[in-house]
Write a protein that binds this ligand. Sequence first.
Ligand code: GLP
Length: 267
Amino acid sequence: MAEVVIVPSAEEAGRLAADAIIRLIARKPNAVLGLATGSTPLSTYAALAERATAEAGDLTHVRGFALDEYLGLPADHPESYRAVITREVVEPLGLTPPNIHVPNGSPDGIETAGDDYERAIVAAGGVDLQILGIGTDGHVGFNEPGSSFASLTRVKTLTEQTRRDNARFFAAQNAGEASDAVPMHCITQGLGTILRARHLVLLAFGAAKAAAVAAAVEGPVTASQPGSIIQLHPHTTVIIDEAAAADLANADYYRHAWLNRPAWQQL
Ligand code: GLP
């Protein structure tokens, strides 16, 4: 099962996730990171920006693949995931821009963009550590409920719930309905793509994520809860705050296991 670590704050979660990433880069300077967007990984990126160069050394060989991208946003749109990854990861960490890949959400060539992205991940040797958030409806990447466990990078239609959840990022562009500015389509790594990563680190904070976290960690493995793919993966770490852990039936056991972890055990 996934290792579940319940921490007091998003900052503490970010520190733990950063520990694992720093150890990976120290061991493998050209490590391949799977990069999530959204608000959840920000504390991890902040911890990395603060510590990674001092603790892991040169980051210029680190490679990265974003999970997903909106379809049809202009290249310079501030909420395109290309722009978000540049602003929140590439620049603060001092990564090398050509080493960091984001699915191509331009309508031009969209028919082959998924296959191209899969080839690029394979050519890089696969993702070493994939950072994941989770949507309130259980989506990972932009794999909405019902996504095939075997799916690879492809175009998907967002649920209205996801568009509403993400409307806050597009506040400046909102005119009518809150979610109108959020694109309806996206291109996302598939659940099959995500399952190929060597280590999954799923982060979640706040009460709004409690049901999705419980379904992912303890619910039946079902396409109706895309987060439940973590139960199929041999190495998943779930780092969550108390509010996101509220619906877990076995929370006491996870705390017990973490407190009593063997001295040699690292995330
Ligand atoms: C977004 C992203 C996901 C992210 C999730 C949660 O729409 N595509 O990769 O994990 O939804 O977002 P947040 O972290 O902002 O709650």
